[in-house]
Design a binder for this molecule. Structure first.
Ligand code: AMP
Length: 283
């Protein structure tokens, strides 16, 4: 496994792989790797060769008062995990190389980027789509792997690839959860023991919604209200948003019909966590 830090070197490696007709796989991450990331890596390993994992804490996707400076970084530990998974290249560029001064070009997926997480994080998805475009141009992947954990991100990346005719297949992998159901996230590291216990309210609220729909409830407002009530019983939690939307357009649905994306963001103490579930209503 080679750790590549220079953009120019990564481009040379990709060019050579493409010359050899190899289908490059890319798993974009911000590091602080956990089982959720590794599930993407394993899927990538099974489908593509060579496999590149990028590790880049992308400043452009953090808001001014967000956790960019304290976001966990441990390249040595991440590299050790990726070596065990048989990864070929870890691409870990410096921020100065990815965003040369001055930097003026942004990729924006309009509409989809303003909803849900985009309300409280207005520039977040612009940062994501810009860095993913840059990573795609540098690594030239035939296939790129993303997690359902970040459902809105997955929808936006798919839209971008379609709109801009990017020749990369997007594979979305299921959310990996801890034994108590909490979606694994690098930000779970911020939680103290009491907050970690409180973090179960996200998945509990999603499962409440799922049960209600299985029981025949179809009115989104009533489902969202039940979720809010459950979360309000947890003193350490406060809701950022709850959304019940069409899983492709991310448009809110008043009545549940077919498959819907139920997504939420909740602050546990100072830490903002997200989770979601795709739920199908029986016809
Ligand atoms: P991040 O490092 O948080 O930017 O995540 C990198 C990729 O891993 C994204 O595509 C995430 O959706 C995915 N990911 C993060 N956590 C999980 C999880 N618990 N299950 C599945 N995928 C995940």
């Amino acid at each position: 496994m080679e750790i590549v830090q220079r953009v120019s070197h990564m481009i040379a490696i990709s060019k050579e792989a493409i010359r050899r007709n190899q289908a490059i796989g890319l798993v974009p991450t911000m590091g602080a790797l956990h089982e959720g990331h590794l599930s993407l890596v394993r899927k990538g390993r099974s489908l593509t060769n060579p496999l590149v994992v990028s590790i880049f804490v992308n400043p452009a996707q953090f808001g001014k008062n967000e956790d960019f400076s304290r976001y966990p970084r441990d390249l040595d530990a991440d590299a050790a995990l990726l070596k065990l998974e048989g990864v070929d290249f870890v691409f870990a560029p410096a921020a100065e190389e990815m965003y040369m001064d001055p930097f003026a070009t942004w990729v924006v997926v309009e509409g989809l980027s303003q909803r849900m997480c985009g309300v409280s994080r207005p520039d977040h998805f612009r940062g994501v789509t810009t860095v993913v475009t840059k990573l795609f141009n540098i690594v030239r992947p035939a296939v790129a792997f993303f997690g359902q954990k970040d459902a809105q991100q997955s929808v936006i990346v798919r839209r971008m690839v379609q709109d801009l005719n990017i020749d990369t297949e997007i594979v979305i992998c299921p959310t990996v959860r801890d034994a108590d159901g909490v979606a694994i996230s690098s930000r779970n590291r911020y939680l103290n023991a009491e907050e970690r216990r409180a973090a179960t309210v996200l998945v509990s609220a999603l499962r409440t919604a799922e049960r209600m729909i299985a029981g025949g409830e179809r009115t989104s407002r009533r489902i969202a209200d039940a979720m809010i009530q459950l979360i309000q019983r947890e003193p350490l939690a406060h809701v950022d948003y709850i959304s019940i939307t069409d899983g492709h357009s991310l448009q809110p649905v008043a009545e549940v019909a077919g498959a819907v994306l139920i997504a939420l963001a909740v602050f546990i103490g100072k830490t903002r966590l997200i989770d979601n579930l795709m739920v199908s209503a029986a016809a």
